[in-house]
Design a protein around this ligand. Structure first.
Ligand code: PMV
Length: 358
């Protein structure tokens, strides 16, 4: 796969006005992406579960204009939000070579999340993938020959240019982003559906997100990625991610939950260990993040319920467990873990296997 594949080389149909919309889920990485080279090429491959309920819905109204240039208004929950504009402006600038038509239209973007905006849940994966899908849907009106597979590939390719992890939110289920020698078809350019056998236990896996801190995180992911450039443990970390994906292949096949747990928790802690050992160093976990981890370990030792945790770049904890453990984990959350959450709040989600509808 090459970048040129996504540069249009056809004469487009004339359209004066159109409205497109898309709903896109968030995702949670099992093997983490942390570190990149320009532009948005991951330092190591990653793999994630697509979520089902944490979603962004976006619509764009395109209106043909006389002059060339990027022009858009951005509304979040019905309110004009200029504070979001710089990130989106950057995204549009990056995608012009691949979507030159956006300069011929003024765009009105309307977006909303199914999860609370101030929940500390990163909305960049669902937000940028929904936006990218809208743009490609519009392109498919200008070029009626675009086939569904290409629409999805291009949406993932564009989403990556907005936020790396967003490229894993298009395909549904388990998605791999970044070239890995054993994963057929994997590429640094976009997310691909995990191509091998997956044990049924992983198809309806559950993810409860414990909201430890609903505030804005203090260090952006972009800065964290940059700090991996000269990180003393960078090369070892990138190798480890490759090895972890290799180890997950037989685990996904057989449903070996004890080894799944080992890799997923090690990945989460390694991500945060990278943050704590970069220059400058920083900590995103909060005391209650650690309290929850200790409670999970205690619970697992006592009950053997295959509950594990993962973390993204923040203090919230994702509880991952099979559907068969729902009852015991619900009791644990209600009787114990919810007290570590801000306002006792958590979000019950699950793996979403449906690919984005086009
Ligand atoms: O997509 P970004 O730049 O927001 O980075 C996301 C990085 C992690 O969420 C920490 C890991 C991942 O692979 O999703």
């Amino acid at each position: 796969m090459v970048v040129e594949e996504f540069i249009p080389n056809k004469k487009f149909k004339f359209i004066d006005h159109a409205i497109v919309s898309s709903e896109s889920p968030s995702n949670i990485a099992l093997v983490k992406y942390w570190g990149k080279i320009p532009i948005q090429i991951p330092a190591n491959p990653s793999i994630s579960f697509t979520l089902n309920k944490c979603k962004t819905t976006t619509s764009i109204s395109f209106q043909k204009k006389a002059s060339k240039g990027i022009s858009f208004k951005f509304f979040f929950d019905g309110l004009l939000k200029d504070s979001f504009k710089p990130k989106i402006q950057n995204f549009f600038k990056r995608i012009i070579p691949f979507c030159p038509y956006i300069e011929d239209y003024s765009m009105e973007i309307n977006t909303k999340n199914t999860f609370p905006h101030s929940s500390g849940i990163a909305s960049s994966a669902s937000g940028l993938s929904a936006l990218a899908m809208c743009i490609v849907q519009f392109e498919s009106l200008l070029d009626l020959d675009m086939e569904i597979g290409f629409i999805k590939r291009k949406a993932s390719f564009l989403a990556r240019l907005g936020s790396g992890s967003a490229c894993r939110s298009i395909e549904g289920g388990l998605v791999v982003w970044g070239q890995h020698k054993e994963v057929v078809g994997s590429t640094d350019l976009l997310g691909v559906k995990y191509p091998f056998e997956v044990h049924p236990i992983f198809l309806d896996y559950l993810d409860t997100i414990l909201l430890v801190d609903k505030g804005q995180k203090q260090v952006s992911s972009s800065l964290g990625h940059d700090l991996m450039h000269k990180h003393p443990f960078g090369p070892q970390r990138f190798d480890q991610a490759h090895r972890h994906i290799s180890k997950l292949i037989p685990i996904f096949k057989t449903g070996d939950l004890s080894n799944f747990i080992k890799i997923v928790e090690l990945e989460a802690l390694t991500l945060h260990a990278m943050m704590m050992s970069s220059d400058p160093y920083f900590i995103l976990m909060k005391p209650n993040t650690i309290n929850i981890i200790n409670e999970i370990w205690k619970f697992r030792n006592l009950t053997s319920v295959p509950l594990c945790f993962t973390l993204d770049a923040g203090s919230n904890v994702h509880l991952l467990y099979p559907k068969t453990s729902l009852k015991q984990v619900t009791i644990l959350i209600e009787n114990c873990l919810s007290k570590y959450c801000q306002d006792g709040q958590f979000i019950n989600d699950k793996v979403g296997n449906g690919a984005q509808s086009v």
